[in-house]
Write a protein that binds this ligand. Structure first.
Ligand SMILES: *[C@@H]1O[C@H](CO)[C@@H](O)[C@H](O)[C@H]1NC(C)=O
Ligand SMILES: *[C@@H]1O[C@H](CO)[C@@H](O)[C@H](O)[C@H]1NC(C)=O
Ligand SMILES: *[C@@H]1O[C@H](CO)[C@@H](O)[C@H](O)[C@H]1NC(C)=O
Length: 408
């Protein structure tokens, strides 16, 4: 790193701390009241960030997508990606399917896609001012949160993770969120690199209470916590000007012309035969980029470039599977999964099956279930999980969920 960019990093750090303090200072006040100069700044930022579209599309769900030239997408505003060469396809096409083509996969229903972007463009969700304000003041992923997870024990390096997860729609309040997800991580706690993906219900990010595909990446403490949800927030001049606000920043390279983060997943109600959605992230053997591939058809959505990571640049030390739920401080926490403590039945409990890791050959394989660590960070009457190991028809399987409530 050149001395100049190092100085820039320091500046970012300082600005970031200021904005964190600002955030905490703003707690308890009306978050939606934005001072005039900040308002102007937000306008400026929106202008930068919502690139000139080749075309715009409004979906049935009311989301607006801009078709942006693939080489000009927000990711390339990231200072470390200035010279990045875009990868259009993974070098190894993963042939292996998790699910045999059986009728209960989501692929049998129509997937939610953004149709109509011209060639050479990709759909990028348009960011609203309100979302920027939410992102800035409510600092979504840093809200108080709880998790339950089953973790592979790091006896060696991992190159990705994959699972099939039942589609559930936990009921959350406006300021809460609830997920079912996979984590791919490396690095010591204070410098943890993490890719998280799966489904989430998250009104402040998605603008509704639907279950949607999400993905995010973070690099703890290094300089900033960078997050990519399906909203991409951009700073054209890197982080020089105002800092990164500790939140949504560019990094994910969208490659697929129709499927996106934020894809709506139709959930089945409690007690009904579930539908499933497949999620995987794996490190490309040649480029080292972390590809996000989803759905029954192995749709290649895009990737997190190797350059943006430190500890995840080469491999992961942990792959975790489970759920996260959280919300604003001082309130009961929301349900996870179906909102009941787990039970051995995929109609009544959010279920993760066909759990796999990726080995150094780039293959999806089972992991050693005798070494799995089960973790939680609150009372087991709030959230819990049941890990059953390898099941004949469903591969490595777990059940998780809980009502939340008053969870310390
Ligand atoms: C989501 O549901 C909660 C609780 O019913 C409601 O308060 C909130 O307005 C809903 N949010 C949206 C965006 O529909
Ligand atoms: C995994 O990544 C770490 C951190 O980058 C590195 O030190 C280690 O050598 C890598 N292991 C393998 C097997 O590549
Ligand atoms: C986590 O779960 C275990 C049992 O699975 C329980 O004994 C422990 O108390 C839980 N952790 C916390 C912090 O409550």
């Amino acid at each position: 790193m050149s001395p100049k960019s190092f100085i820039n990093l320091i500046i970012v750090l300082v600005l970031l701390n200021l904005s964190i303090e600002h955030y905490h200072g703003a707690e308890g006040k009306n978050n939606k009241l934005v001072p005039k100069e900040e308002d102007m700044e937000l306008d400026m930022r929106l202008k930068i960030q919502n690139k000139t579209p080749v075309k715009s599309i409004k979906t049935k769900l009311g989301d607006i997508y801009d078709c942006i030239n693939i080489y000009k997408q927000p990711a390339f505003d990231h200072p470390l990606l200035k010279n990045h060469k875009i990868q259009m396809k993974p070098s190894v096409i993963q042939e292996e399917r998790i699910h045999k083509p059986i009728s209960n996969t989501v692929s049998s229903v129509e997937r939610y896609k953004i149709q109509g972007c011209p060639s050479e463009t990709v759909p990028i969700r348009r960011t609203s001012k309100e979302e920027l304000i939410n992102a800035k003041y409510l600092n979504n992923w840093i809200k108080p949160r709880h998790f339950v997870s089953a973790e592979t024990f790091a006896e060696k390096a991992y190159y990705g993770g994959k699972a099939s997860i039942t589609d559930v729609n936990p009921k959350v309040d406006m300021d809460q969120f609830s997920t079912a997800q996979i984590w791919i991580q490396n690095g010591p706690a204070e410098e943890l690199n993490s890719i998280e993906f799966g489904w989430a219900v998250y009104p402040q990010l998605f603008g509704d209470n639907l279950t949607r595909v999400f993905g995010l990446w973070t690099i703890q403490k290094l300089i900033y916590t960078l997050i990519f949800i399906f909203i991409i927030i951009v700073q054209a001049d890197g982080f020089k000007n105002t800092g990164c606000y500790n939140m949504l920043c560019p990094g994910f390279v969208q490659v697929h012309p129709e499927y996106i983060f934020g894809e709506y997943i139709k959930a089945k109600p409690y007690g009904e035969k579930p539908t499933w959605f497949d999620f995987s992230v794996y490190r490309d053997l040649e480029s080292g980029n972390w590809w996000f591939v989803n759905g029954f058809e192995n749709t290649e959505i895009g990737y997190w470039p190797k350059e943006i990571f430190t500890h995840l640049a080469n491999n992961a030390s942990t792959v975790r599977f489970g759920g996260v739920a959280g919300g604003d401080p001082g309130k009961p926490t929301p349900p996870m999964g179906h909102g009941y403590l787990p039970y051995y039945n995929d109609r009544y409990t959010c279920t993760i099956e066909e759990m796999k890791i990726v080995n150094d050959q780039g293959n999806f394989v089972d992991f050693d279930t005798s070494n799995v660590q089960l973790k939680n960070d609150t009372k087991t009457s709030c959230y819990d999980l049941i890990f059953i190991g390898k099941e004949v028809y469903h591969g490595i399987t777990m059940f998780f969920g809980g009502p939340g409530g008053d969870c310390p």
